[in-house]
Design a protein around this ligand. Structure first.
Ligand code: PEP
Ligand code: MG
Length: 359
């Protein structure tokens, strides 16, 4: 149980009185959302939907969808996932009770969902009626040499729009149901990952808007919602003015932005970064504390270019840096509206945001 009363509560109250930036949480389960609220989160800044796809009860349908050889096959598998995905979002919206929720559409490389080993292939063959040899050949076709630069992020939505359609439908259906039942209308903010160009976002925003219109017609009600993008590739930061034409908000994905700007793998850097810090090449691990001089320039430039195009553009950060006090100071300086951190880091983020404002 978090200790949130007494002196701790008083300190947080002082911080909240002074800070300019809002503090949200990165959370994707109802338990984490509850925890985030207890710690004072003012919304969800990043709900990573891929975790829901890895759920033991669903992974079989996810694999069936990925290995399907036609759109029809993918749609059939996605239809199985829709009710559970809708239930995921319902629970989150219920817990968040009208606070903004940024839900990111599917992001990871497809191969992460592939079956491994004979037993998993055999299980899938039985579920789908497709023989193991054929499933294995299809899985081989999906193999990627450089998956973090591969078939992931919005590229999934461009190549297999039916995946994002299912997720958008689940979000809007859940939001309508919760609004109906509770009166506290959810505020979904649908976020598209790994955007590099305005056209990608234009196509995917149209898909989300189309799906929203369909659901609202079926449900006989409309809800407010936003469509925005992560800025996590240098090209997106440079083209932020253009991209802002299609986005109601930007959220800086500084994990990927650090990886792609420094050309350093976020998954392998632990093997060689320590000497870089020891020798003073980086003051701190750039995946923990924002490389303000390099990556930070891209954040600042994107914020300026985005706001020049769209003055009401909402700006946040949802990379790990959103919970790092030094990086939070930088976020305040460049005018972000909120930071989003893991639930346990929400209190330190509230404090750091207040210190930044006072400074
Ligand atoms: C990021 O890249 O900073 C981000 C928040 O997304 P993920 O860590 O899920 O790639
Ligand atoms: Mg990312």
């Amino acid at each position: 149980e978090p200790e949130l009363a007494g002196d701790f509560g008083t300190l947080m109250e002082w911080a909240d009185r002074h800070r300019r930036m809002k503090v949200r949480a990165n959370a994707e389960t109802p338990a984490d959302c509850r925890m985030a609220r207890q710690f004072g989160a003012e919304g969800i800044g990043l709900c990573r939907t891929e975790h829901m796809f890895f759920d033991a009860g669903r992974i079989s349908a996810v694999r069936e969808m990925i290995l399907a050889e036609s759109e029809q096959g993918r749609r059939a598998a996605l239809a199985k996932l829709l009710p559970e995905q809708r239930a995921d979002f319902r629970e989150i919206f219920e817990v968040m009770a009208g606070l903004p929720c940024t839900i990111r559409l599917l992001d990871p490389p497809l191969h992460e969902f592939l079956p491994h080993g004979d037993a998993e292939f055999a299980e899938l063959a039985e579920a789908t009626g497709v023989d193991v040899g054929r499933l294995r050949r299809r899985a081989d076709e999906l193999h990627e040499f450089n998956p973090m630069l591969g078939h992931r992020g919005c590229r999934l939505g461009i190549t297999y729009p039916e995946i994002y359609e299912m997720q958008a439908r689940a979000i809007f259906e859940a939001a309508c149901e919760v609004a109906e039942a509770s009166g506290a209308a959810p505020v979904p903010e649908i976020m598209i990952p790994l955007i590099a160009t305005r056209r990608e976002l234009e196509l995917l925003r149209a898909l989300v808007d189309r799906t929203a219109a369909e659901v609202f017609l079926e449900k006989g009600r409309t809800l407010e919602y936003l469509v925005g993008t992560m800025i996590e590739l240098p090209r997106a930061a440079l083209m932020a003015g253009d991209i802002a034409e299609e986005a109601a908000f930007f959220s800086f994905g500084t994990n990927d932005l650090t990886q792609t700007t420094l050309g350093v793998s976020r998954d392998d850097s632990a093997r060689f970064l320590a000497p870089y810090v020891e020798k003073g090449i980086f003051a701190r691990d750039p995946f923990v504390s924002l490389d303000v001089e390099g990556v930070g320039q891209l954040v600042e430039l994107a914020a300026e270019r985005g706001r020049a195009e769209r003055p009401d553009l909402k700006l946040g950060i949802c990379g790990e840096h959103g919970g790092d006090p030094a990086s939070i100071g930088f976020c305040d300086k460049v005018g972000l509206d909120y930071v989003s951190a893991s639930p346990y880091r929400v209190p330190i983020a509230r404090l750091a945001a207040a210190q930044a404002t006072l400074r």
